[in-house]
Design a protein around this ligand. Structure first.
Ligand SMILES: [Zn+2]
Length: 65
């Protein structure tokens, strides 16, 4: 009846619709982004982006969307 998305009631509303990521895995809509080279990878749940280093340049990544 209501046209709601079944993505998960625990998560907030996805703003902006689809991002530039083609797939994206289940678990979280957020990505980690390298502030240096803009490399983007899906955020691993339980691991802060700040603890993830960019595989390209080694910079600490930051949260993206
Ligand atoms: Zn980088």
């Amino acid at each position: 009846m209501p046209g709601r998305d079944m993505t998960g009631p625990r998560f907030g509303p996805q703003m902006g619709g689809r991002g530039r990521m083609g797939g994206g895995g289940p678990g979280g809509p957020k990505n980690c982004v390298c502030p240096s080279c803009e490399y983007t990878q899906p955020h691993v749940r339980g691991t802060p982006c700040m603890q993830v280093k960019c595989p390209k340049c080694g910079m600490k990544m930051v949260r993206g969307d």
